[in-house]
Design a protein around this ligand. Structure first.
Ligand code: ADP
Ligand code: ZN
Ligand code: ZN
Length: 732
């Protein structure tokens, strides 16, 4: 028997199948999906590997084949489907098979530890003890009562709960309790409440969408396009309930930040212990436990962020991607997979329906729905009856012209005053993405932009110049606005702290909470701040887009967007789309409970289509303008756009090899953008440059990428590292 083994090596060169002989002794242990130790190379150094197939045949002559040394796992850690998925991911994301298998497989837990515990074996005896009265036996009575309630408890827990260990020993001697050794069961996190909730009567719109979700005839993925509060989550629950009754299983993906205690509670209230949650703060053993329970069919629903898409279900009936437009589905580490694409792949393999739920589809998703590649279900009304907030756009250039140079327009100040006066809450929102600083005119709204790439120039304070982060084009910083001649042209940037300060000065009596990367650095503080605000412990919450998602705040009747511009010019072709999404989300935070509510969007770009359409709640209007722009520029979904990140220890090497790469692509007739420096040109002493490719023939681009990067890998001899991005907007 021959095992086909993938070595756990980082190098692309070793990333292929090696044939190993299975020694007789290991015949029944070597199975597809286990890890093994094998000898490798001239010196036969030991390496780990994954068994991805077993067979009788090999192209390697028998005398050259080496033997597997040992087997690491007693049970497979991935399946045949996992191997196929890994091959697909390798091709699609330019990754090594090993890294793909690692992404699919949770790391192995250490040996299970045994824990001392006590179990009640004589409950009649325990009850008899309870009726005793002697003061000396008080500790024993406590313990008896405890075990009558609990049945069993670890020694550690019993001690924590204040039981005396000598009393426990006595009860063991009396034959009421018994000592047992438990495998250390790591608890899956549990929701606070186990109350059972029941399905609601669906509205007409919802019922139609549900039919589409459960349709056995239509195998297409479904874009569930519904405004916030229209009942998408309710539909997930009812569809999954239906599937569970047929013995099927479901995966629900949410952005990490959208996985609120409320959401989880809604699922546990409907499905009890059949649902498990995963999140990125979980330890490997905890995650492994979820994986094992899923594989054994003990749980039927897994909720979690992108890695939950790999949950090992055999009877997968549905994969739901909530907030399907969210950027966090794109992995930032190798393999840089997109969980939505993996979901579609698994859905097709397993014959499971994939549901993409969102209030603001990506233009690429909506395009597929219009073409008919996806089925489309629309939910246009808020189920709870609340109204869209009355939304107002304020031109900050006009404010300036009228002599108001503060961050608060008169309209926002007035609205805030009224809200506080009524004892209601407000959210002030700074939609900054963090990286780019752009230059704009505060009078007329002009923004310094690279014409060729249609993205804003980024201001570099050290060199005092502007640079395009797509093509590398440089430009001087203008002293006066080239459009209106104003001197109020400067780089744009503002922090939540400054917003809070100014707001406090305007409203000294109000209570404020602030939420940004600084205040949420501590674990758990994100939810702590939001819960405090939900409990009404502050009047105003100031924050970045972190506050746009999750939690319901019924008492919030005003949302203020401090500067819509901040996300409009973050030097990426998806800036307008993200701005529309953020504005729609954040204004949707107000008015959930049906009160009359308001949103104020401050901007220097009151005419920008992303701002105007978001204020009107006009997705179609936004879509048609955005898709026209993508078409014109050849950006996805209207063209293919890939990137290569070139990192090196010296800037000279990074630039030189980027040029070589760019020339090689140009020679193949491919449109090259750049090379240019990455947004962060130097990270951890590595210089970073990138080359972008544009085109329409995906296969040709992919072939060129594989071949040319391999070529440079060989020639550069370790001088540079190349990484291919199928999502170049995430190179920062
Ligand atoms: P979404 O996920 O689209 O934001 P939810 O499913 O959270 O929407 O629904 C918003 C609110 O409306 C929830 O409180 C939910 O319980 C309620 N809701 C949804 N559908 C119905 C319905 N058919 N009847 C009554 N209430 C509903
Ligand atoms: Zn101007
Ligand atoms: Zn450019």
């Amino acid at each position: 028997m021959i095992a086909k083994v993938i070595l756990a090596a980082k190098s692309q060169k070793l990333d292929r199948i090696f044939d190993y002989e299975v020694p007789l002794l290991l015949l029944d242990q070597v199975r597809l999906g286990v890890r093994v130790k094998v000898p490798f190379g001239r010196k036969n150094g030991q390496m780990s590997g994954y068994v991805v197939a077993l067979g009788e045949e090999s192209d390697v002559p028998a005398e050259k084949r080496k033997e597997i040394q040992s087997v690491v796992d007693d049970a497979p850690v991935f399946s045949e489907e996992g191997v196929q998925l890994a091959w697909w991911m390798k091709q699609r994301y330019f990754a090594t098979l090993t890294s793909c298998l690692q992404a699919i497989t949770p790391a192995r837990a250490n040996r299970v530890r045994q824990k001392k515990a006590y179990a009640l074996i004589d409950s009649a005896g325990a009850e008899a003890l309870l009726s005793g009265i002697g003061a000396k036996e008080r500790r024993q009575r406590e313990a008896a009562a405890y075990f009558l309630r609990q049945g069993q408890a670890t020694a550690e827990n019993a001690r924590r709960d204040g039981l005396s260990s000598s009393a426990l020993t006595t009860l063991v001697q009396k034959g009421i309790l018994q000592t047992v050794w438990l495998e250390e069961q790591r608890q899956l996190p549990q929701a606070e409440s186990w109350e059972i909730s029941h399905p609601l009567t669906l509205t007409e719109e919802q019922a139609k969408a549900q039919q589409q979700m459960l349709s056995a005839k239509d195998h297409r993925p479904l874009l569930l396009f519904g405004v916030t509060g229209s009942g998408k989550t309710e539909l997930y629950l009812s569809a999954i309930e239906h599937l569970l009754s047929q013995g099927k299983q479901a995966i629900v993906l949410t952005p990490e930040i959208g996985l609120t205690p409320q959401l989880w509670q809604r699922f546990t209230q409907r499905f009890g212990r059949r649902v498990a949650v995963t999140h990125s703060r979980m330890t490997q053993p905890e995650r492994l436990l979820v994986w094992q329970r899923a594989a054994q069919g003990e749980i039927s629903v897994v909720i979690g962020p992108r890695s939950a898409v790999f949950a090992p279900f055999d009877h997968l009936g549905m994969i739901i991607v909530d907030e399907a437009h969210d950027q966090s589905y794109q992995s930032e580490q190798t393999p840089r997979y997109d969980a939505r694409e993996v979901a579609l792949w698994r859905g097709e393999k397993a014959g499971a329906k994939v549901v993409l739920g969102t209030a603001t589809p990506l233009v690429g998703q909506y395009q597929k729905a219009l073409e008919g590649t996806y089925a489309l279900a629309r939910l246009t009304r808020r189920a709870s009856g609340g109204q869209r907030p009355h939304t107002e756009i304020v031109d900050m250039g006009e404010e300036l012209a009228q002599g108001n140079a503060t961050m608060f327009s008169r309209a926002l100040r007035q609205a805030l005053m009224e809200t506080l006066h009524r004892g209601e809450q407000a959210m002030l929102f700074l939609n900054r993405r963090g990286f780019a600083t752009f230059v704009s005119c505060r009078r007329c709204g002009y923004v310094a932009t690279c014409r060729q790439c249609s993205v804003a120039y980024t201001y570099h304070s050290r060199q005092q110049e502007l640079q395009c982060h797509y093509c590398g084009q440089k430009a001087p910083v203008p002293k006066v606005c080239p459009v209106c001649g104003s001197k109020y042209i400067k780089f744009f940037g503002a922090g939540t702290e400054k917003v809070e300060q100014q707001a406090k000065r305007l409203f000294p009596k109000a209570h404020f909470l602030r939420m940004d990367r600084d205040t949420t650095a501590k674990k758990g503080s994100y939810h702590a701040i939001l819960s405090a605000f939900a409990r009404g412990e502050a009047d105003v919450l100031v924050g970045t887009q972190m506050i746009a998602k999750g939690h319901d705040f019924p008492n919030v009747t005003l949302v203020g967007v401090m500067a819509a511009d901040l996300s409009l010019y973050d030097a990426s072709y998806t800036s307008a789309e993200r701005t529309f999404d953020l504005l729609a989300q954040v204004t949707g935070r107000a008015g959930r409970a049906g009160q009359q509510s308001r949103a104020v969007i401050q901007t220097y770009q009151p005419e920008h289509y992303a701002v105007k359409c978001a204020a009107r709640g006009d997705y179609e209007g936004f879509y048609s303008q955005e898709i026209a722009l993508r078409q014109m520029m050849g950006y996805p979904p209207c063209g293919i756009f890939f990137g290569v990140l070139v990192t090196a220890e010296t800037e000279e090497a990074a630039v030189r090899w980027s040029d070589v790469l760019a020339q090689a692509f140009t020679a193949r007739g491919i449109t090259v953008v750049g090379p240019g420096p990455a947004m962060h040109k130097k990270i951890e002493n590595q210089f970073r440059y990138h080359v972008f490719l544009k085109g329409t023939d995906e296969t040709a681009l992919r072939t060129a990428l594989w071949e040319e990067t391999a070529q440079i890998d060989r020639k550069a001899r370790g001088e540079v590292t190349l990484r291919i991005y199928t999502d170049p907007q995430s190179i920062v």
